[in-house]
Design a protein around this ligand. Structure first.
Ligand code: GLY
Length: 367
């Protein structure tokens, strides 16, 4: 299945379960002082969870553009991304754990056809209810692991807000992908187990002092990383080997006159340029402009990082606007703001990259 097929299947599945499909909100959160950038599908759902606004339906589903700054330095490895798409289903005081678990299982085993024997789940330490519901759908007890706050409690997304215990689905890529240690299980950082879906049982609101109180009603907030899921389904360890990245990698390789997959140092630089090139396209498409603070600084930082790694590939002149082109061409149908803002995106990338290039060249002359 391609990225487009999985995105479409997810939304259709939840539509059939009575969910209203809503469009992704902007990467720039609206009226949310707790967040620099939209980091999860639940960001636009928060006011509904908090009872501050009425939802268009109590069952919602979306494919949300997300950006996380925490992983910038890890970009280029097999799984970490700054920009990614998150598939999610949400219950605003409607269904709770039993349905969320049963539907997640149905989707991954019947619609995505992932072999059940490769799936593991994790739950919060004392969440016996979830344990029972996973057993009900047929997960053997030995593949249900219990973890504490660090791994199985999600949120809040910003300094305060809705949060709750969570339960994750992990996919076993196979022994050949792992470290071989007898203790290797979901949570091991060797890369054998891919977390693909996080189901959050959002029944708390956490205030600025970290104090948690019950929300008016228990809610469901789930997040399934699209890129990882596409990788898993196609048996790829690298999200960069999926169709979502193929045209971008191809464009960079063409520009640099090299081939992906022949030299690890070159591949690493190509991956960083591909990831950051995609991310800056989406950030500018949502109205972020380069600056020295806030989200504008995040944009400036990753654009410069992409330009620097471009230099490692011999790309010394501005080239990133040409990396943005296949992103816009590939994603324009899903995110019309990209083609709508195409000239602005390409122009902003070019002028920021040119300025940075001039600064670098002047600096290098001094050495
Ligand atoms: N909001 C659920 C997640 O980001 O995993």
């Amino acid at each position: 299945m391609t990225g487009n097929e999985i995105r479409e299947a997810f939304l259709r599945f939840f539509e059939e379960k009575g969910h209203k499909v809503i469009p992704s909100s902007s990467l720039v959160p609206q009226d949310d002082p707790t967040l620099l950038l939209t980091s999860a599908g639940m960001v636009q759902i928060k006011p509904y969870f908090l009872g501050e606004a009425a939802p268009p339906s109590r069952r919602l589903a979306s494919c949300q553009k997300c950006f996380r700054t925490t992983d910038i330095e890890s970009v280029g490895d097999s799984q970490h991304l700054t920009f990614f798409e998150m598939l999610g289903n949400f219950s605003v005081g409607d269904y709770f754990k039993r349905e969320a678990i049963a539907w997640a299982w149905e989707f991954v085993t019947q619609w995505l056809r992932l072999p059940p024997e490769r799936l593991w789940v994790t739950i919060f330490l004392d969440d016996d209810e979830s344990f029972e519901y996973w057993r009900e759908v047929g997960v053997p007890a030995e593949r249900i692991l219990r973890f504490g706050e660090e791994d199985n409690f999600w949120g809040p997304a910003g300094e305060w807000g809705p949060c709750g215990p969570c339960s994750e689905i992990h996919y076993d890529m196979g022994k050949e992908f792992g470290c071989g240690k007898p203790t290797c299980k979901p949570g091991c950082d060797c890369g054998r187990f891919f977390e693909i879906w996080n189901l959050v049982f959002t029944n708390y609101n956490q205030d600025k002092d970290g104090k948690r109180s019950l929300l008016p009603k228990p809610n469901i907030d789930t997040g399934m990383g699209l890129e990882r899921t596409v990788a898993v389904i196609n048996g790829k360890k690298w999200v960069y080997e999926t169709d979502l990245f193929a045209p971008i990698i191809e464009r960079i390789s063409d520009l640099a006159g090299c081939k992906y997959g022949q030299d690890e140092a070159i591949d690493h630089a190509i991956r960083i340029v591909a990831e950051h090139g995609r991310a800056i396209t989406f950030l500018i498409g949502d109205g972020v402009v380069p600056s020295n603070e806030g989200r504008g600084y995040v944009l400036r930082r990753i654009l410069r990082r992409a330009a620097l790694f471009g230099r490692k590939l011999g790309l010394n002149e501005p080239f990133l606007a040409q990396v943005a082109q296949p992103v816009i061409a590939q994603m324009g149908d899903i995110y019309p703001e990209l083609p709508m803002n195409q000239n602005l995106i390409l122009g902003a990338i070019h002028s920021e990259e040119e300025k940075f290039g001039n600064t670098l060249d002047t600096g290098l002359e001094w050495l």
